[in-house]
Design a protein around this ligand. Structure first.
Ligand code: NAP
Length: 285
């Protein structure tokens, strides 16, 4: 079976390739797709096949997917352009007669999350495509908070607009392991999987965890949306990016990322990485 992966040059995609290889998949049956030639060359060094994949150029998709039975569509990283990009991949998957696995967002079809509409649209395209597909509704990567954790450990505080909201995060590696398991099984065909960490945490708990690990007392300063936008722009973010970040935190405050139902742990066959372990490993690096 040949498995083609889009976004294989990105952080998650590289880990999925690693996980497939770790599970004994013959590297010559993996097609790692992306645009970054340097990373494609590094992937080729691991023995996998590589292909230039550009969502704006259908011929690259057709070439990459030729002979593939499964395709992992890792959602693009250009909000606002993703629905069209994902449609190109879905169209090419139909031509290749392959099944597809898509990385989406928590509760994409009903969530108020500002990032949800493009995932909802993509899931709608999949539903109407006639393809066999699986949706991985990935919660936040714990890596999203690397800078916050480092800053908290060195200064003793950080700002948040997420109030008492919880985040069911897990490290990318856990999501990559799940993607590899799903790609290698037929058991998940037709499923929409809500994937998140086992222990959703609040920002006060993040502060306490960083305190415990680093020995620096840490306070999470909770700001209103307007206060948070003002603080982010004062720190140098342009207003659009600041409003977007504050809107995501408001979504978290409203509970959009709060749920973890154990599905991720079940698929990977072990608990997801606890926040304390993540913080300990990050600060030790
Ligand atoms: N759950 C979360 O917390 C979270 C956080 C951030 C992002 N995400 C989503 O999860 C995805 C994977 O995360 P990540 O950390 O691996 O992101 P990443 O490192 O930014 O990787 C994005 C990948 O998408 C590829 N890509 C982007 N635009 C493309 C285009 N026009 N044509 C072909 N390939 C294109 C990139 O390829 P090249 O670099 O080779 O161009 C890269 O391989 C992101 O793209 C985003 O949709 C989720």
């Amino acid at each position: 079976m040949t498995i083609a992966i889009t976004g294989a040059t990105g952080h998650l995609g590289r880990l999925v390739v690693e996980q497939l290889l770790a599970r004994g998949v013959d590297p010559s049956t993996i097609v790692a797709g992306g645009r970054n030639e340097e990373v494609l060359a590094r992937l080729a060094g691991q023995g996998v096949r590589t292909a230039r994949v550009d969502y704006a150029d259908a011929s690259t998709l057709d070439a990459a997917f030729a002979g593939a039975e499964k395709i992992l569509l890792i959602s693009g990283n250009e909000p606002g352009r993703r629905t069209v990009q994902h449609k190109a991949v879905i169209d090419a998957a139909r031509k290749a007669d392959a099944s597809l696995v898509y990385t989406s967002a928590p509760k994409a079809t009903t969530s108020p999350l500002v990032l949800a509409p493009e995932h909802k649209a993509t899931e709608g395209l999949l539903e109407g495509s006639g393809l066999t597909y699986t949706v991985l509704r990935n919660n936040w990567y714990t890596e999203n908070y690397d800078d916050t954790i480092r800053q908290a450990a060195s200064t003793g505080s950080f700002l948040t607009g997420a109030g008492g909201g919880r985040v069911a995060s897990a490290p990318r590696r856990d999501f990559a392991e799940a993607a590899a398991a799903v790609l290698l099984s037929d058991d998940y065909a037709g499923e929409i999987l809500e994937l998140g960490g086992d222990e959703p945490w609040t920002f006060d708990e993040l502060a306490a965890t960083v305190s415990g690990v680093s020995g620096t007392p840490v306070t999470a300063h909770k700001l209103s949306g307007d206060e948070y936008v003002a603080a982010l722009t004062a720190a140098g973010l342009d207003e659009g990016a600041a409003r977007f970040t504050a809107a995501l935190d408001a979504n978290i405050a409203d509970g959009a990322l709060a749920d973890g139902d154990g599905t991720l742990a079940r698929i990977i066959g072990r608990p997801t990485m606890p926040l304390k372990q993540y913080v300990t490993e990050l600060l030790a690096r």
